[in-house]
Design a binder for this molecule. Structure first.
Ligand code: B12
Length: 290
């Protein structure tokens, strides 16, 4: 995806005149920046936000740096699941970009695309891997392209305000699952938060140090794989103590968190999906800022 375009380029991309684009800029409907020479530029994130808002078609997505066929109308997210799964298995990055960016541009929330399409496609992929229907390399290659496309989706979201709340998080030792982490960052950014994913496979000790140093408004932890239950509980409890003494809420989630385990881990909120996290953030962290 490109960083910014001129009013003429945006006009061509969405099939309207340069004059119309300039009018929208003057009315403040499209946020612009200026080049050193004083020419107007429109950050692509702002252009996409405008298209979503106005439900405006995109006729030449290539001009914004998106794949050629992006822009097709999407009416149901669920119908995309098998298509996304197949693109993941084939390692078809261009097709995956189109399948993820189309619904986003057409008004679907990024978090719903993650929860209801991408995560479901991965669950299906995992079942196929378990049955020996797909090779390990196909699963890994799928993860690689998914990460890239999720970064594009993240980049397409408007940047947060300088005083927006900060959310940080990651995964604990032995947990290498990156896709949930990318999706959590997208969800929080879509809500307007500043986000910082610290990475995977981190000890509770270092995550605790991050809390102390960065003083976030929210800490999230994704638990998708547990190597040793006892040491996970011990490691996590240290982290929780730091969070508690710094008054930082902890949001927990992840497929490895069984009912029994999540009752053993102190936390502020337990989320089964990204929508739960978004509801929590809206009703607590963002509400207290109003
Ligand atoms: C990709 C993958 C991997 C990759 C991950 C690569 C990477 N770079 O991320 C790698 C290669 C690491 C891997 C390894 C293994 N895997 Co694996 N893997 C998968 C697969 C196919 C997809 C995982 C994924 O990213 N899903 C997409 C995410 C987004 O979905 P999700 O985890 O459900 O997350 C959603 C919610 O839970 C929630 N959520 C998650 N975390 C959080 C956190 C917060 C705060 C919130 C709010 C929400 C939230 O939001 C998400 C969106 O809705 C799954 C299949 C599956 N069912 O998911 C198998 C799967 C999880 N793996 C499995 C296995 C067995 C393994 C290995 C043990 C294999 C082995 N023998 O080595 C290892 C262990 C790895 C380890 N030490 O961490 C099994 C687990 C079975 C079980 N016992 O439960 C699965 C289910 C496959 C299967 N059907 O058998 N795997």
């Amino acid at each position: 995806m490109k960083k910014s375009v001129s009013p003429r380029q945006l006009g061509l991309a969405i099939g309207v005149s340069e004059a119309s684009v300039k009018r929208w800029c003057n009315k403040g409907l499209l946020e612009t920046t200026r080049t050193a020479g004083g020419h107007r530029r429109i950050p692509v994130q702002n252009a996409i936000a405008f298209l979503k808002d106005q439900n405006h078609p995109l006729v030449q997505p290539e001009i914004l740096g998106l794949p050629p066929i992006t822009g097709a109308k999407v009416t149901s997210l669920e119908r995309l699941i098998p298509l996304v799964r197949d693109a993941l298995i084939k390692g078809d990055e261009e097709c995956l970009t189109r399948l993820i960016m189309d619904p986003f541009i057409h008004g679907f929330k990024a978090l719903d695309i993650c929860d209801r399409v991408m995560a479901e496609a991965f669950h299906d992929l995992g079942d196929r891997w378990k049955c020996g229907e797909i090779e390990v390399f196909e699963e890994r290659r799928g993860c690689e392209i998914a990460r890239k496309v999720l970064f594009q989706l993240f980049d397409a979201l408007p940047p947060p305000k300088a005083d927006a709340p900060l959310a940080i998080g990651g995964t604990l030792t032995g947990d290498h699952y990156e896709i949930p982490m990318a999706m959590i960052s997208i969800t929080l950014r879509e809500l307007g938060l500043q986000t910082m994913a610290l990475g995977t496979d981190l000890s509770g000790k270092t995550l605790g140090k991050a809390i102390k140093k960065l003083q976030p408004d929210l800490f999230w932890l994704s638990i998708s794989h547990i190597e040793n239950r006892k040491s996970l509980i011990e490691d996590y409890n240290k982290l929780f103590q730091v969070a508690e003494s710094n008054n930082v809420p902890i949001a927990l989630g992840g497929r490895a968190l069984t009912d029994k385990l999540h009752h053993q881990l102190h936390h502020t909120v337990f989320c089964e999906n990204l929508e739960h996290l978004a509801n929590f953030v809206r009703t607590t962290i963002l509400r207290s800022r109003k």
